[in-house]
Design a protein around this ligand. Structure first.
Ligand code: NAD
Length: 271
């Protein structure tokens, strides 16, 4: 268990999915800075993953790129095997990979529906199941952490806010929320902590059109009481806390990192 406040993840081995971009990259960087060895999962952007890994190594940290499509059972299993070979054990999983495929409901294709559910929900199931199996097999090591293992499920404010035009995405995140809570209830007695992070609007490639122009950003800010669009680092810092022993009594909770987006801001003047 790390008593080092500067490196609260010292000695821990963390796998972050979708870490070649956006929020996943920020979490990988923040974990490495907090003392963890980091598996940087990517699906297709090997060059981006290599860049993050090199950056972490140049700063004196430990990291390895891991290619896998999180919606493929075989690839997920192989990724965890590769992670085990590289780092010897696993302490933290951040199931972060996610996609949007937006469409008006009457036009939404079955393929758009399935792809989003496959990556955002089934992908988290496959990764969380593999992590739980490995946490249980390796057992506790109080010199590393009070918990046997930690899982962070990347959700969204859309686990609670309905989202017209994005029905597949909102359904996937609502599913992530109850998967996270049900899993947390099931494995807490084995010493495994499962929690979620629900970001609001964070500046990443997934939602570029929502903040790229001043007009789009102004409209977006109407939804954010705190008055700024979030940065990936805002989520990285929250993930470090949720993965560390500082949050050891936090189990089955969604941590909203949203500048107040879930506070019904339109009620400020119209309630
Ligand atoms: P992003 O597009 O930058 O990153 C998504 C990552 O997922 C990429 O690294 C991508 O390679 C990876 N990915 C996609 N399909 C994959 C697959 N099949 N297998 C493995 N990896 C795959 O977007 P982001 O904003 O960083 O999104 C990260 C997570 O945060 C997602 O789950 C997203 O739903 C969630 N989120 C983002 C916001 C936001 O405002 N940016 C808000 C709420 C939730």
């Amino acid at each position: 268990m790390s008593h080092d406040p500067v490196h609260p993840l010292h000695g821990q081995k963390a796998l972050v999915t979708g870490a070649s971009s956006g929020i996943g990259t920020a979490i990988a960087r923040a974990f490495a800075a907090a003392g963890a060895a980091v598996g940087v999962n990517y699906r297709s952007h090997a060059d981006e993953a290599e860049r993050i890994v090199q950056e972490i190594r140049d700063a004196g940290g430990e990291a390895a790129p891991l290619k896998a499509d999180v919606s493929s059972e075989d690839e997920v299993r192989a990724m965890f095997d590769e992670f085990g070979s590289a780092f010897g054990r696993i302490d933290i999983l951040v199931a972060n990979s996610g996609i949007q495929q937006d469409a008006a409901f009457p036009d939404m294709t079955l393929d758009q529906w399935r792809r989003v559910i496959d990556v955002n929900l089934t992908g988290q199931f496959l990764c969380a199941r593999e992590a739980v199996r490995r946490f249980l097999a390796q057992g506790p090591d109080p010199s590393i952490s009070r918990a046997v293992g930690k899982i962070i499920c990347m959700s969204s404010v859309h686990e609670v806010i309905p989202w017209a035009g994005h029905v597949n995405y909102a359904a996937s995140k609502g599913g992530v929320m109850l998967m996270m809570k049900s899993l947390a209830q099931e494995v807490a007695q084995a010493g495994i902590r499962v929690n979620g992070i629900a970001p609001g609007a964070i500046k990443t490639p997934i939602n570029q059109e929502a903040w790229q122009t001043p007009e789009a950003e102004r409209k977006l800010l109407e939804l954010i009481p705190y008055g700024r669009v979030g940065e990936p680092e805002d989520v990285g810092k929250a993930a470090v806390w949720l993965a560390s022993d500082a949050s050891d009594y936090v189990v089955g909770t969604t941590l909203f990192v949203d500048g107040g987006m879930t506070l019904y801001p339109s009620f400020r003047e119209n309630g």
